[in-house]
Ligand binder design. Sequence first.
Ligand code: ADP
Ligand code: MG
Length: 255
Amino acid sequence: MLFEAQGVTKRFGGLTAVSNLSFGIEKGEILGIFGPNGSGKTTLLSLISGMLPLTSGTFKWKGEEIVGQKPHRIAAMGIVKTFQNPQLFSELSAFENTAIAGHLTLKRRLGSRRLTGFFRIDRSIEVELAAQVDRDLKLCRLDAVRDQPASALSYGQEKMLGVAMGLMCEPELLLLDEPASGLGSEEIANLEAVLRDLRTRGVTLCIIDHKVGFLGRLSDQALALRNGQLIAIGKPDEVLNHPDVIEAYLGRRHA
Ligand code: ADP
Ligand code: MG
C-alpha cells in the first residue's frame, strides 16, 4: 500500500469534520473521494498534506508514519496537493509561473548547497528545469499558451496551470481538490485526459469532487463521505449506487 489512513479524526471545537476514517491508496490508482459540501473533503486533503494537524489517528506513506511532518517535508516525500484556485503571478507567463513552482524540486536536487545554488544556479540545472517546465506544460495541454501572461488565461487554463505547478514538485501522490469545479464540459474532458495521462505515467491520484459523473468515470476506487464519516468504499459504480450515498446527495425522500 502506497498510502494509508488509520482512524483519522479532525475536530474543530465541537464539530467533528473528519471522523475515524480508514482507507488505503494503491500505487498507480485513482482514488475518488465523493461527498456533498461540508462532508470533510477539503479538511481531509489538508490533513494529508500536513497543513492541518490531526486530532487523532495516523497516516502511513510507504509503510512509515508521517504524522506531525511539516507540509514542505511531506511535499518533498512526494505527496503534493494542487490548489483549488492557484495563486498565480498575473504578469508572469505560464512558463515562469511553473518554473517558480520548481523551487522545491531544485532544493531537493541541490541538497545542502541549496541556498548558494539557488542564487547562482548552474546552467545545466537551469536547462533541466526549463525542460521539465515544458514537459509539464505540454502534459497539461498548456504548451500553446506557454508565453502568455497568467492574466490572459481562461479559468480552465488557470486551474490546469495549478496542476502543472504541482507536477514540478515531482509528486508520487497528487491530491486534487475539486479540479473540475467551474469548468465547462469541454474543459472537463480535457482535464480527464490529462489526469489519465498522469496515471499512465505512474502518478497516483487522490481526487475529491462532488461532480459524480466526472469522478465516477475516472476513479479506480471510490470512497464516499457524509458529515466526515465514511459511508461507502469500493468500485465507483457500487459506491455511487449505495443507498446511503444516494440519500446523502439527494436527501431521505429519494433514497
Ligand atoms: P468539504 O470540502 O467536503 O465541503 P470541508 O472539509 O471544507 O468540507 O468542511 C467540513 C466541515 O468542517 C464543515 O462543517 C466546515 O464548516 C468545517 N470546517 C472546515 N474547516 C474549518 C476550520 N478551519 N475551522 C472550523 N471549522 C471548519
Ligand atoms: Mg471543499
